[in-house]
Design a protein around this ligand. Structure first.
Ligand SMILES: C[S@@+](CC[C@H](N)C(=O)[O-])C[C@H]1O[C@@H](n2cnc3c(N)ncnc32)[C@H](O)[C@@H]1O
Length: 316
């Protein structure tokens, strides 16, 4: 019996796949991509609709013409410095899978510092805490927290309606939509009530720093997520009084900061009546997260039953 012809023209893999990866990595390297081989493998896996770990490098598998075309198109886009996450449409954060795209900042590993810091301060993770995330983007912060706090509820806000849609989609995909909602808004404008925990990772780059970032950032990430104004601090000036207004008497706020911004952000929040209670460094040892509570509460002995009273400083 003769084998039916395969369509479209399939090429044997093995050496051929190896060569494709090598050529693609070389093209990405020439385009200035920092991790050319890794990116080529991730994009090949995406074109083959498999996982990178499962790339059948030695397997007797064929690359169809459609797969070859898809891979070539992905490599061409990556060579123009489009981020891998945009090409894949996904990014992992806190070991959870998030949809991402041009409307939202790519969740950064450094921002996991904020999640860790918040969780470390919660005594009873089963408590019915209320969370507010200002500048929610993909929703990564509030959704990671809700994932760890089974009885907490949350509100995520962003000035970008497109970001709000991405965050809401992520909440649904992660099975958390029943405990959170997302809305468009300018920081805390028009928001009433008090929250137990407020988190914010606002834009904090200076205009000059944006100009100096890689093309993946300055050409493809939303400037609304990056631009902190001339000195990088515009958002903190707005957020300090709004967080003071929206934070419950015994609650705390965790705010991500840019490198070297700690002292001035502490001063801005102190001027709004918020006292620095804690801080944490990212994996690179850079002060990345500040925790605040109402200054008046510091004099009291009683904190809420679910939230740690200690304000131990973390060595940086
Ligand atoms: C640095 S990104 C952080 C996104 C996400 N929370 C994270 O950690 O990946 C800052 C976010 O703040 C939003 N943003 C900027 N200005 C805002 C404003 N005035 N009110 C509300 N959100 C704003 C941006 O759209 C962006 O999603």
């Amino acid at each position: 019996m003769t084998a039916a012809p395969r369509a479209p023209a399939a090429a044997p893999l093995g050496a051929e796949l190896h060569d494709r990866l090598r050529d693609a990595a070389e093209r990405l390297r020439a385009a200035g991509v920092a991790t050319p081989r890794l990116d080529a493998e991730l994009l090949l896996a995406h074109a083959l609709q498999t996982r990178r770990e499962r790339l059948p490098i030695d397997a007797a598998r064929s690359l169809t013409a459609a797969e070859a075309t898809a891979f070539a198109a992905l490599i061409a886009r990556r060579a123009r410095r489009e981020p891998v996450s945009h090409l894949l449409g996904r990014r992992e954060f806190w070991s959870l899978d998030f949809a991402v795209g041009p409307a939202v900042l790519d969740p950064r590993p450094d921002s996991e510092t904020l999640v860790e810091t918040v969780l470390r301060r919660i005594v009873d993770r089963a408590a019915a805490l209320s969370l507010l995330d200002l500048g929610t983007g993909s929703g990564c912060l509030i959704l990671a927290l809700l994932h760890e706090l089974p009885n907490a509820t949350g509100l995520g806000r962003d000035r970008s309606g497109d970001a709000v849609a991405v965050a809401a989609g992520n909440a649904a995909a992660l099975g958390l939509a029943g405990r959170c909602r997302f809305e468009a808004g300018d920081w805390g404008d028009g928001l009433a009530g008090r929250f137990d925990i407020i988190v914010a990772n606002p834009p904090y780059l200076t205009r000059r720093e944006i100009d100096e970032t890689a093309p993946e950032v300055k050409d493809f990430e939303p400037h609304l997520a990056l631009d902190g104004g001339i000195d990088g601090l515009d958002a903190y000036r707005r957020l300090a009084p709004e967080i003071a207004r929206l934070l419950g008497a015994e609650g705390f706020a965790a705010v991500e900061i840019g490198q070297g911004q700690g002292d001035v952000v502490r001063a801005l929040f102190a001027a709004a009546g918020l006292e620095a209670r804690d801080r944490a460094a990212d994996l690179g040892g850079i002060e990345r997260c500040l925790v605040f509570g109402h200054a008046a509460e510091a004099a009291k002995t009683g904190a809420g039953p679910q939230i740690a009273q200690q304000s131990g400083r973390v060595p940086i």
